[in-house]
Design a protein around this ligand. Structure first.
Ligand SMILES: Nc1ncnc2c1ncn2[C@@H]1O[C@H](COP(=O)(O)OP(=O)(O)OP(=O)(O)O)[C@@H](O)[C@H]1O
Ligand SMILES: [Mg+2]
Length: 276
């Protein structure tokens, strides 16, 4: 049985980043692929922050969130340093996966366990010593808010679709692992409702970093980190200046989603059938 690392790489802490011992995570500059020092001011992530990482293919987006996931100490290819509450993080965050306050979910995150969703979650709940019988149902219900393809407790975990798996991972990261910082690497095409995910993450006071090529996800974030040649080129803080465009893109996205669903359903999109 192989179980994806996410279930063993998150915090035991039951409270959100604001009330647990982590108040902020800081990323200090390193260098780009050519060895040029990065020029950005330290990036500080606080509870409830939503950040997106954008940039061309190969520009270092994944490397950036991997630095956070491993709490880089000038010991990765980028030379960056990650601090927790302004200090070098405790050894247990790095060495003990069960103490790690970060969940990383990628498009390749898979659950390869020969058991049902219910059994799998129950195992995780026991491992976390959580004493709330309804948490499994809550987690499945939350996952089902993120995906159109409903997940049920009796489904085999290995038979879930990509969208169902990601939805379940995010729900688990929020409720069972209770990770205060969630890193999502290009999960937008995985059949999950992005706006809903972002809304729920904010509701639960999670900090989240999206690596994304999706305009809507970028526009829904508070800050945008722009990568180039392996380095952080700039950090954009729209501070409300993009609201108009964001709302427009959100409306376009609804229309696009409708088209997508109809194409998936095998329809021919004739002019009369256009959803408006
Ligand atoms: N600052 C850096 N110094 C040295 N190597 C780097 C740096 N940043 C990224 N790399 C390396 O460059 C390669 C591409 O980086 P990465 O996978 O992070 O790009 P990406 O933006 O995520 O691309 P994609 O959009 O295709 O997923 C990787 O092998 C990574 O280790
Ligand atoms: Mg990548």
């Amino acid at each position: 049985m192989i179980i994806t690392q996410i279930f063993f790489s998150q915090t035991n802490n039951r409270s959100c980043m604001s009330s647990c011992t982590i108040h902020e995570i800081t990323i200090l500059p390193g260098h780009d692929k050519y060895g040029n020092p990065e020029q950005f001011e330290p990036i500080v992530i606080r509870p409830g922050d939503t950040i997106s990482i954008v940039g061309p293919t190969g520009s270092g987006k994944t490397a950036f969130i991997n630095d956070i996931e491993v709490f880089a100490q000038d010991d990765t290819s980028t030379g960056r340093t990650v601090l927790v509450n302004g200090e070098i993080p405790p050894e247990e965050f790095i060495r003990d996966p069960s103490k790690k306050p970060i969940a990383l979910i990628t498009q390749n995150t898979k659950c390869l366990a020969d058991m049902t969703v219910g059994t799998f979650l129950a195992m995780h709940v026991r491992a976390r010593r959580i004493d709330r019988p309804d948490i499994i149902t809550e987690t499945i219900d939350l996952a089902n808010q993120f995906t159109g393809e409903q997940v049920q407790a009796g489904f085999r975990i290995s038979a879930l679709s990509g969208g169902q798996t990601r939805a379940l991972m995010v729900a688990d990261a929020i409720l069972i692992s209770n990770a205060p910082l969630i890193l999502l690497d290009e999960v937008e095409n995985a059949g999950i409702f992005r706006e809903r995910v972002i809304g729920v993450l904010k509701e639960y006071c999670k900090s989240v970093i999206f690596v994304t090529h999706d305009p809507l996800v970028s526009l829904l974030s508070d800050r945008r980190i722009v990568m180039r040649h392996g380095g952080v080129e700039k950090v954009l803080c729209p501070e409300g200046r993009e609201t108009h465009i964001r709302d427009m893109v959100s409306r376009m996205d609804v229309t696009l989603c409708r088209f997508r669903e109809r194409i998936r359903a095998g329809e021919l999109l004739t002019e009369q059938g256009f959803p408006v």
